[in-house]
Design a protein around this ligand. Structure first.
Ligand SMILES: [Zn+2]
Length: 192
């Protein structure tokens, strides 16, 4: 028996104060019943940049509102829809998930991350919403429950291999994002 690992990556510092800590604990609680038949327990790791999950493990990015790293997945031609709370996309077997941080409730942010990681593990787009209830449904709030269906269906695929987009691939994308972030936040110069 070993431990299941989920990685939270925050390349642009979207999670202020103790928020990352809170999300880590909440996300570990959500994964606990999913992995309990196969693993001794689960750890949720938080890192600003590097993460090297194994292919049966998961990774989710936390991004400032209006910034997408998933959009930079090599070979992807879709663009982010920032009216959503998050996004998961894949090219071949390379998968990436992100949550947009527009509020500071660790319970809700963990649930949104779990939702994206369901898309990630199922390799399924919006069609997932009609097949799931609870955290797999279209709309997630702070009191949306993790349901028996969520647990059973996620447990069935939790050990499936799919490569998470992280580590080496990430660096050039983060540099581009930091540049665009700075540009976006730059105050307009007043011309006299
Ligand atoms: Zn969804």
């Amino acid at each position: 028996m070993s431990f299941y690992r989920t990685f939270m990556v925050d390349p642009l510092g979207a999670l202020k104060g103790n928020l990352a800590n809170g999300i880590q604990s909440q996300l570990a609680l959500l994964f606990s019943p999913v992995i309990s038949n196969f693993y001794e327990g689960n750890w949720v790791y938080f890192t600003a940049d590097q993460a090297s999950p194994m292919n049966n493990e998961l990774l989710v990015y936390f991004m400032p509102s209006g910034q997408s790293i998933v959009q930079m997945l090599p070979g992807l031609s879709q663009t982010a829809d920032f009216t959503s709370d998050g996004w998961t996309a894949w090219v071949g077997s390379l998968v990436a998930s992100e949550v947009y941080v527009s509020q500071s409730d660790p319970v809700l942010l963990a649930k949104l991350a779990f939702h994206e990681l369901m898309h990630n593990r199922f390799l399924q787009g919006n069609s997932m919403h009609s097949q799931q209830d609870g955290l797999g449904a279209t709309s997630i709030g702070p009191s949306t429950p993790l349901t028996p269906t969520n647990i059973r269906t996620m447990a069935a695929v939790i050990q499936n291999p799919s490569q998470q987009w992280g580590a080496g691939f990430l660096f050039s994308a983060v540099e581009k994002l930091i540049l665009s972030h700075r540009t976006t936040n730059r105050k307009p110069k007043r011309i006299p």
